[in-house]
Design a protein around this ligand. Structure first.
Ligand SMILES: NC(=O)c1ccc[n+]([C@@H]2O[C@H](COP(=O)([O-])OP(=O)(O)OC[C@H]3O[C@@H](n4cnc5c(N)ncnc54)[C@H](OP(=O)(O)O)[C@@H]3O)[C@@H](O)[C@H]2O)c1
Length: 313
């Protein structure tokens, strides 16, 4: 097979041995693989792959066709279209996937959308409903709402009957985010005056969280998922106490096999049906051939996109 390989901070398109298929694994011919901030961090040596995943082939999500299946696989067969979450190794022509971390691709969904679905939607779904317990009619703030996770969160929350306030710094992308179902789309400077927020999904980090906390409702919940603008800040604990606030924070990649499997089963039950019938979509800003990962990563790092950047075979 060929793979995007991290070699001393550079991305190279190299030939590699085909991956070994474990008992519960699918060998998948990759058609599309999303690019994520974690890939760029891994390339810089800041986010090593978890044990069991290839250490120098990036990629946390992909979609493709099953080529073969391990002896204990029960749910998929060669030829099936799958989309999956992996600990690494998705940006290659072949990848192995634990069948418990794979879902069937709806017939209506093109490969690039399927390849960019898993990481953003799993992250947003888990943060909003698993952690913050977002409920019908609540006011949600999503910061960094024009990115991959933000676009997923805005749609999921709107579909669940929340009032979504989306913060987007690029004015030219605010209309597109409103079309995803956000009731209000604001610039970062307006966040503090548009509250109160029952739930805050923090995708930007230190540069953004202080304004969100200022406008947090009593019994408000904050979920910290992204810290691209910085991970350290001073917080007024009295303010949190007086609001009886709760702060959650999490990562997806390092979770156990079973934790990921139950999240993916929930995605299959609750998120794939509205994805299949068009109530949810995966905005793809741009696609690049797998072998041009270097250019795709540069585009990702440049910001200003709406939704996902996806590598295609
Ligand atoms: N914890 C987890 O398990 C997990 C899982 C997935 C992602 N993440 C993290 O969550 C974050 C969002 O992921 P993503 O895939 O949606 O990334 P993304 O597509 O790059 O989106 C990030 C968004 O944040 C905006 N942004 C960045 N810095 C900003 C700032 N200083 N002020 C205002 N807006 C800012 C960007 O705007 P511009 O386009 O204008 O730059 C962009 O719209 C990333 O940090 C990612 O690493 C964490």
């Amino acid at each position: 097979m060929h793979a995007v390989v991290i070699d001393e901070g550079q991305l190279r398109w190299q030939e590699r041995p085909d991956p070994r298929v474990g008992d519960h694994d699918l060998l998948v011919a990759v058609k599309a693989a999303g690019v994520n901030g974690a890939d760029l961090m891994q390339r810089r040596g800041l986010y090593p792959a978890p044990p069991g995943s290839p250490c120098d082939v990036p990629g946390l999500e992909m979609a493709g066709e099953v080529v073969s299946a391990g002896p204990r696989v029960t749910g998929f067969a060669p030829g099936d279209r799958v989309m999956a979450l992996v600990g690494g190794g998705a940006q290659a022509t072949l990848a192995t996937v634990d069948e418990a971390h794979a879902l069937a691709v709806p017939a209506t969904l093109p490969w690039p959308e399927a390849g960019g679905f898993m990481e953003a939607f799993a992250t947003a779904f888990d943060a909003l409903f698993g952690q913050a317990r977002l409920a019908l009619g609540e006011r949600l703030l999503v910061t960094g709402a024009a990115g991959g996770v933000g676009c997923a969160a805005v749609q999921l929350a709107a579909l669940a009957g929340a009032h979504v306030v989306a913060a987007v710094r690029g004015a030219e992308r605010r209309g597109a985010v409103a079309e995803l179902g956000a009731a209000e789309v604001v610039g970062p400077a307006e966040v503090a005056v548009r509250g109160p927020y029952d739930v805050v999904l923090e995708l930007v980090g230190a540069a953004s969280l202080p304004s969100a906390l200022e406008a947090l409702a009593t019994t408000g919940r904050v979920v910290v998922i992204g810290v691209g603008s910085g991970a350290k800040l001073e917080i007024d604990l009295l303010q949190l106490m007086s609001r009886r606030a709760r702060v959650f924070a999490s990562t997806l990649r390092a979770r156990s096999r079973d934790e990921k499997a139950s999240l993916i089963a929930a995605l299959g039950a609750h998120v794939v049906p509205p994805l299949a019938d068009g109530r949810l979509r995966v905005p793809v800003s741009q696609t690049f051939p797998l072998r041009e990962a270097e250019i795709a990563y540069e585009r990702f790092a440049g910001g200003g996109k709406f939704g996902k950047i996806v590598l295609v075979a």
